[in-house]
Design a protein around this ligand. Structure first.
Ligand SMILES: Nc1nc2c(ncn2[C@@H]2O[C@H](COP(=O)(O)OP(=O)(O)OP(=O)(O)O)[C@@H](O)[C@H]2O)c(=O)[nH]1
Ligand SMILES: [Mg+2]
Length: 222
């Protein structure tokens, strides 16, 4: 439960031994009872403890993903608090976050509808460097309760396709691996978004591209 308010949008220590270290701030969003805390705790501890209470937490967690050390910050707040906290907290979360996990329960259609609305809200609020796509992973949780399912997998997949988000159906209660995929998938998206922001390189990049064209150099290494 450590509040890390540093700007996490850059790689840290580029020249030192931790040159591969990367900071990633993630906000968990979704209506109440969908399993935001269960997913977070599962990722952090590999455990499912059943009841999670109403504590707002920002967790720090360092792990190796694809050979690179990732310093995760994960902000998990109860939905009730989100509503009470109002726009100030939301605004803070939006600024702090590099990526979002939007959670619904496959047994709760209202929670699915809420995720559809949340995607629009996040995209409208988080102006990711002038229109770059915001890293979002949609999670349909409680897959183990398939007998009570009211949202099909296809609906989840379609929502992700039409909004350009990633999609996973998981069970925080029964499966650690699926939860791991969610967070690793989001890291990939954040990495992609950052490299997309870096590529154009302003006027320097344009001059470089133009001189490459006029001197007939190979451009595929730019
Ligand atoms: N069967 C099943 N139950 C789950 C799963 N994930 C969470 N739960 C249960 O669903 C309830 C709500 O989980 P939480 O993680 O507290 O939900 P939350 O989204 O954090 O809810 P708020 O903090 O109130 O917004 C708890 O009783 C969990 O044990 C799951 O994958 N399967
Ligand atoms: Mg919670």
């Amino acid at each position: 439960m450590v509040l890390n308010s540093t700007n996490a949008s850059e790689f840290t220590n580029m020249t030192g031994p931790n040159a591969l270290k990367m900071d990633v701030n993630i906000v968990m969003l979704g209506t109440d009872n969908v399993g935001k805390s269960a997913l977070t705790v599962r990722f952090l501890t590999r455990r499912f403890i059943g009841e999670y209470g109403d504590i707002e937490s920002i967790y720090s967690h360092n792990v190796i993903v694809d050979g690179r050390e990732i310093a995760f910050g994960i902000w998990d707040s109860p939905y009730s608090q989100e509503r009470l906290g109002g726009s100030v907290t939301q605004e803070k979360q939006m600024q702090w976050a590099d990526g979002f996990v939007l959670v619904y329960s496959i047994c709760d259609r209202a929670s699915f509808n809420a995720v559809a609305r949340l995607i629009q809200h996040v995209k409208a609020t988080k102006d990711y460097a002038g229109g770059e796509k915001v890293p979002i992973v949609i999670v349909g949780n409680k897959r183990d309760l398939h007998h009570r399912r009211t949202v099909t997998s296809e609906e989840g997949r379609l929502l992700a396709l039409t909004t350009d988000c990633q999609f996973y159906e998981v069970s925080a209660a029964e499966n650690y691996h699926g939860v791991l995929m969610v967070f690793h998938g989001l890291v990939d998206r954040i990495r992609e978004a950052r490299s997309a922001v870096k590529k154009p390189a302003g006027i320097k990049g344009i001059v470089k591209s133009m001189s490459a064209v006029f001197t007939r150099k190979r451009t595929d290494s730019l």
